[in-house]
Design a protein around this ligand. Structure first.
Ligand code: SF4
Length: 392
């Protein structure tokens, strides 16, 4: 799938290529939580333990060239699967092994407690996003089953260009569809799709998402000055997909996206919150539940997840594994846990500064009378600070 140059470039960025078409890269938040510096927004929203999460993809190729993506334009693109198909058990075992190898340097690290390091070797979650389109791997359902058999939950992100694969996908713990623009023309500008019928593919993907019984999320990457208006069209498309959750996440000026966009395209956290509040007015079935300030992310949920005045957006992972392996019919409402922290903090990030140090690390800090206080590190060079269009 990769040219030798593309492979070398990825390995330089700390990716590990697995077999012909898969890849692993340790997420920033996995390392952050191992060092007791905080987990990702999916910990806050759903209970993902970031230090036990493996970030990977089963296809490094994609049918879009999204402007906000950290991938460079040398990354493989294709509409169809053109490669040999690796065995799912090999993909699983080689990915786990690559993930552990990448973290081997943390053993003995003064910032990582030995017990935490040991626990991090027991992977409990996989984020199938990272780069490319994992859903196009022809044996994805077999791989998902293998993950569940090993007690590993599955979050999968897709860019809504492969509707049949969404329809045919086996139950995953949480399925994401990216909604990058509210209109056909803007989607073409932002996602630069290969498919001519990209808009119809998006519509069909949303329709198939609505038929899923397990947890679904529509994910919006908010790019200031580009896609943060036309709320009513967003609401119409979201209603079509009827997701359990809506995530709004500010674009981050990282990786190769810096050659296509500008820093000013990053919204402040409060601008993402305002956008969510406007969307909430158009979507009476949903409410804003919680946020993650350093990721500039806000989560909305269907009101049915508020049970007896308590939000239940966290996941009962053992229950999910049991249900997924049972072969019985089950729904999103069968593997819930209460959400420990809800509500919006009212943090104003306009008062914060973003600083890039000599190593290329970006930090979010606060300007105050007593000087500068670093709040959260953000990887600025090549890596996303959370999963692909991813997401994740
Ligand atoms: S941001 Fe995604 S890959 Fe990283 S720890 Fe969270 S769920 Fe896992």
């Amino acid at each position: 799938m990769l040219t030798p140059e593309a492979r070398a470039e990825l390995e330089k960025q700390q990716y590990r290529v697995v077999g012909e078409h898969s890849a692993v890269k340790v997420c920033h938040w996995t390392k952050s939580m191992m060092k007791s510096e905080g987990g990702c927004y999916k910990l806050t929203f759903y209970g993902i333990q970031s230090y036990q999460c493996m970030q990977m993809t089963t296809s490094m190729s994609c049918a879009n060239r999204c402007q906000f993506c950290w991938r460079g334009y040398k990354a493989p693109v294709s509409k169809e699967w053109k490669w040999t198909v690796d065995d799912p058990l090999m993909v699983l075992e080689a990915s786990l092994s690559a993930h552990h190898d990448l973290l081997a340097g943390f053993k003995g690290n003064k910032q990582v407690k030995p017990k935490v390091y040991e626990q991090s070797r027991r992977i409990k979650h996989v984020a199938l996003s990272l780069t490319g389109e994992p859903i196009t791997y022809p044996r994805i359902n077999e791989l998902i089953r293998l993950f569940h058999e090993r007690g590993i939950s599955t979050f999968l992100v897709t860019n809504a260009q492969y509707p049949e694969q969404i329809r045919d996908l086996a139950p995953v713990t949480q399925l994401y569809v990216s909604l990058d623009a509210p209109t056909k023309d803007l989607l073409k500008t932002i996602d630069v799709p290969l498919f001519r019928d990209y808009w119809e593919r998006l519509q069909q993907s949303l329709a198939y998402l609505a038929q899923k019984k397990q947890r679904t999320t529509v994910r919006l990457t908010c790019i200031k000055g580009m896609n943060m208006d036309n709320i009513s069209e967003y609401a119409r498309l979201i209603q079509k997909a009827s997701p359990d959750f809506i995530e709004l996440k500010g674009y981050m000026f990282v990786g190769a996206s810096r050659q296509r966009l500008v820093k000013e395209n990053m919204p402040y956290h409060e601008e993402v919150v305002d956008f969510a509040k406007e969307l909430e007015k158009e979507l009476p079935g949903y409410e804003t539940v919680t946020e993650h300030v350093s990721s500039r992310a806000v989560m909305m949920a269907k009101k049915q997840f508020n049970i007896n005045n308590k939000w239940h957006t966290w996941i009962d992972f053992p229950k999910f594994q049991e249900l997924a392996l049972s072969g019985k019919n089950f729904t999103s409402m069968d593997y819930l846990k209460p959400t420990p922290k809800v509500g919006l903090s009212g943090v104003i990030t306009k008062r914060m500064f973003t600083e890039i140090d000599s190593s290329g690390e970006m930090s979010l800090g606060e300007k105050g009378l007593g000087g500068r206080k670093i709040l959260a590190p953000i990887e600025a060079t090549t890596a996303p600070q959370s999963c692909q269009s991813c997401p994740l």
